[in-house]
Write a protein that binds this ligand. Structure first.
Ligand code: ATP
Ligand code: MG
Length: 434
C-alpha cells in the first residue's frame, strides 16, 4: 500500500526539521504577543465558499469536500444538500480562525486579538516539489486593528522568523489591492485595458476576466504576463483612505528597518483581501518561490457573520519553507544522541539494568538498552550506531560488586562506578547537560 499522491510521510530525520521550524515559530509569536489557536480539521463547506471566495482557485477546483458513508447514501438519493451540510478539509487557516473569533465572541475581549496557528491544509492540486495535497501552514492574524503599523508588525514577524531560521535572499513585496470603494472603479479600468487583449490570455484568465480580473495580474503564464505588462496599476487608483493606509505601511516598515519593494502585481488569490497585500519571495527555489503570503482582510469577519472588524495576517507553507532552508544550506539541529547505552549479559543483569535505566531517565538522561538480546559484541556495535556517549557493561561480576564499568565511547576510557551513583556520575561528566 502506498500513501495517496500529494501527501508526505514525515520520517524521524525530517521531523527534526519540522520541530525546529515549528518551535521557532511558537517562540517568535510569543515574543510578538500572539497566542496559539487550534481549529478543527474540517469546517462547513459554506465557510470557505464565503470566506475564501467563490471565484478563487481554491473554491473552484482545489477543495476536498468530505461526507460520511451514511450521508453519501442520502446524497445519492437526493436527500442530502452537500452545499449546506457538507464539510470541507481546511484549505487555509484564516477563514477558520475568523469563524472561531466570531463564534466564541473573542471580539468582546480587550482588543486587538492576536492569534497564531500551525495547521495541516488540504488542496486538490497537481503534486510537485513544494506543492502538495496535504501541506502545512503556520500563520498569524491580528483582528480589530486598522493601523498600518499592525500590517507592518505582521511583515516584521515573518521577516524576523525567516532571519532567525537563517534564511537569506528574501524579497518583501508589498502592494495595496484597494477596498470596496476604489477597487470596482479600477476593475473597470483594467477590463477596458484587457478587452482588446483577451485572446492573448490563457483559458483560466479568460474566465477570470468576468469573475476576478485582478487575479489576471498575478497569472504565471508568460503570455498573460506579457499581456498585463502595461496594465493600469491599482496603486495609482486608490481612494484617499487606501492611499493614506499604504503610505502609513511604508513609513512603519521603514521604522521597523524592513526593506521592501512595491509590486503592483501582488494581488493574493482570495476575495476578502483589502488594502495591504504582501509576499515574501525566496530567490532560491524556482517556480514555487512564494514562501509567505498575506495581507489585510477588512471584509471577512462580517462575511462570516460577525461584527464589522478589520483583520490582517499571513500564511506560510512549512514544506516550502523547509525546501527553501535546504536550498540555502541552512543547518538544522542534530538529533540528540543517546547518552547512555546499557549493555547487559544475562537475565539478572538485564533486570538490574532496567532499574539503572529508570534512574537515568528520571534524571533526564537519554538512555536505552538492548531490546534484541544480542551478544556482547553486537550490543557494543549497536551502542556505536546510536553514537552513545557512554556505555555501561553489566554482567555477573558487576551484580555482585554493585559496581559497573562505565565506558566513555569517544576516548575508550573506562571507570568503575557504584550502581547507585551512576546518574550523578553521568550528569557530572555530561557537564550537567540534560
Ligand atoms: P500558489 O500561488 O503557489 O498556489 P497560493 O496563492 O495558493 O500559492 P496561499 O493560499 O497564499 O498560496 O497559501 C500560503 C502559502 O501556503 C503559500 O505561500 C505556500 O507557501 C503554501 N502553499 C499553498 N499551496 C500549497 C500547496 N499545495 N502545497 C504546499 N504549500 C502550499
Ligand atoms: Mg495556489
Amino acid at each position: 500500500m502506498n500513501k495517496p499522491k500529494g501527501t508526505m510521510d514525515q520520517l524521524p530525520r525530517e521531523v527534526i526539521k519540522w520541530r525546529h521550524v515549528e518551535e521557532k515559530f511558537r517562540e517568535i509569536c510569543h515574543r510578538y504577543g500572539f497566542d496559539e489557536i487550534r481549529t478543527p480539521t474540517f469546517e462547513f463547506t459554506s465557510l470557505f465558499k464565503r470566506g475564501v471566495g467563490e471565484t478563487t482557485d481554491i473554491v473552484q477546483k482545489e477543495m476536498f469536500t468530505v461526507i460520511s458513508d451514511a450521508n453519501l447514501r442520502k446524497y445519492h438519493e437526493g436527500k442530502f444538500d452537500l452545499d449546506k451540510r457538507g464539510f470541507t478539509l481546511k484549505p487555509e487557516g484564516t477563514a477558520p480562525v475568523v469563524r472561531s473569533f466570531v463564534e466564541n465572541k473573542l471580539y468582546a475581549d480587550a482588543q486587538p486579538t492576536k492569534l497564531f496557528y500551525i495547521t495541516p491544509c488540504f488542496r486538490n492540486e497537481n503534486p510537485q516539489a513544494g506543492r502538495l495535497r496535504e501541506f502545512h501552514q503556520v500563520g498569524i492574524e491580528t483582528l480589530s486593528a486598522m493601523n498600518p503599523a499592525t500590517d507592518a508588525e505582521i511583515i516584521a514577524l515573518a521577516k524576523n522568523y525567516f532571519e532567525e531560521l537563517g534564511l537569506r535572499d528574501l524579497t518583501i513585496k508589498i502592494n495595496s489591492v484597494g477596498c470596496k470603494s476604489c477597487r470596482p472603479v479600477y476593475h473597470e479600468k483594467l477590463k477596458t485595458f484587457l478587452e482588446p487583449r483577451l485572446d492573448q490570455l490563457c483559458e483560466t484568465c479568460q474566465g477570470r476576466f468576468h469573475t476576478n480580473p485582478l487575479r489576471i495580474l498575478d497569472c504565471k503564464v508568460p503570455t498573460c504576463q506579457a499581456a498585463v505588462k502595461d496594465a493600469p496599476r491599482l496603486i495609482d487608483h486608490l481612494c484617499e483612505d487606501c492611499q493614506t493606509h499604504f503610505s502609513g505601511l511604508k513609513d512603519a516598515l521603514d521604522a521597523f528597518g524592513i526593506p521592501f519593494v512595491v509590486d503592483s502585481r501582488i494581488v493574493r488569490g482570495l476575495d476578502y483581501y483589502t488594502k495591504t497585500a504582501f509576499e515574501i519571495i525566496s530567490e532560491n527555489i524556482g517556480a514555487q518561490a512564494t514562501v509567505c503570503g498575506g495581507g489585510r482582510y477588512d471584509g471577512l469577519v462580517e462575511e462570516v457573520g460577525g461584527p464589522e472588524t478589520p483583520g490582517v495576517g499571513f500564511g506560510l507553507g512549512i514544506e516550502r519553507l523547509i525546501l527553501t532552508l535546504e536550498a540555502e544550506g541552512v543547518a538544522f539541529p542534530d538529533p540528540e544522541p543517546t547518552q547512555v547505552f546499557i549493555v547487559v549479559l544475562g537475565e539478572a543483569a538485564k533486570l538490574t539494568g532496567l532499574g539503572i535505566l529508570k534512574a537515568l531517565r528520571d534524571a533526564g538522561i537519554k538512555s536505552d538498552f538492548d531490546h534484541l538480546e544480542r551478544s556482547l559484541k553486537a550490543q557494543m556495535r549497536y551502542a556505536d550506531k546510536l553514537s552513545a556517549a557512554y556505555t555501561l557493561i553489566l554482567g555477573e561480576e558487576e551484580l555482585k560488586s554493585r559496581e559497573v564499568t562505565v565506558k566513555h565511547m569517544a576516548s575508550s576510557t573506562q571507570e568503575s562506578v557504584k550502581i547507585d551513583e551512576i546518574p550523578d556520575y553521568i550528569l557530572a561528566h555530561l557537564g550537567g547537560r540534560r
